[in-house]
Design a protein around this ligand. Structure first.
Ligand code: SAM
Length: 257
């Protein structure tokens, strides 16, 4: 298909066949999988996936690509959802789904946060993202990349940085390096928050002003007695706190405030 890449849809199409094959190998599609691909584009991943799957769901926003897909793929092999992924109801696909995609980088964080709301129905997710985003996802406390995204994702997901992908693997080449990551939701959360909305609020507040101490960023939420009871030094910063400590703060607030 002749197609001019649309910047507004973050269209950078994968063209390196050996990299595409290594991504498919990492995904290990099984014929019966209930799989959904976000942003199939011109099919770099869709076509090899379809060789191994009985059926694939795809969510694509670009009407030109939708029209081309409708004529290109056999209807019984693929269900095409013409939708903005941020508005798409993953619940319509089924109970135990696998999600893959070379994501539009301009909206990758909102997509990740949306999928976090659906982890109960997700077996695993494999994504191509900006390398810098993947580094933030898997970052350890006290590293420069560690932030709200790391904490919120690590709370629910086990993540594995799989491979770095250079700009030349895409057409047009993006300005940045990319990376492929595997995310597997915990079947049982290792450290559950009693009130997840409150947990999210604590994490947001703490990272709201990254350079400030917890005493400042959590003012109005946690007082000195709380810091003492939790045995957390109020002079520390959010970037030095592990996921379990954020959960401890939010659980303390649930129980004591
Ligand atoms: N999978 C193809 C590949 O690897 O070559 C295309 C990847 S390209 C980086 C991102 C794809 O996501 C494009 O097909 C684009 O049209 C689609 N896309 C962008 N924004 C979207 C949105 N909000 N909802 C669904 N698809 C979107």
């Amino acid at each position: 298909m002749k197609h001019i890449a649309k910047k507004k849809f973050g269209q950078n199409f994968l063209i390196d066949q050996s990299i595409i094959q290594s991504l498919i190998n990492a995904i290990r599609p099984q014929a019966e999988d209930l799989m959904v691909e976000i942003g199939p584009g011109l099919g770099a991943m869709t076509q090899p996936l379809l060789k191994q799957l009985n059926h694939l769901h795809v969510v694509e926003i670009d009407r030109d690509i939708i029209q081309w897909m409708q004529g290109f793929y056999p209807a019984q092999k693929i269900t095409i959802h013409n939708s903005d992924v941020l508005k798409f109801d993953f619940g319509t696909i089924g109970e135990r789904i696998r999600v893959v995609g070379n994501l539009p980088y301009n909206i990758s964080s909102p997509i990740l946060f949306k999928l976090l709301e659906n982890t109960a129905q997700i077996i695993d997710m494999h994504f191509m993202l900006q390398k810098e985003v993947v580094e933030r996802m898997v970052a350890e406390p006290s590293s420069p990349e560690y932030g709200r995204l790391s904490v919120m994702l690590q709370y629910r997901l086990q993540m594995e940085y799989l491979v770095t992908v250079p700009p030349e693997a895409f057409d047009p080449a993006p300005k940045v390096e990319s990376a492929f990551v595997r995310c597997v939701p915990y079947a049982t959360l290792p450290c559950p928050a009693k009130d997840e909305a409150l947990f999210a609020k604590v994490v947001s507040a703490a990272f709201g002003q990254r350079r400030k101490t917890l005493r400042n960023t959590l003012k109005g939420l946690l007082d000195d007695a709380g810091f003492t009871a939790l045995n957390i030094d109020s002079q520390r910063r959010a970037e030095n706190l592990g996921v379990t400590e954020f959960v401890a703060i939010s659980n303390y607030l649930t129980d004591n405030v």
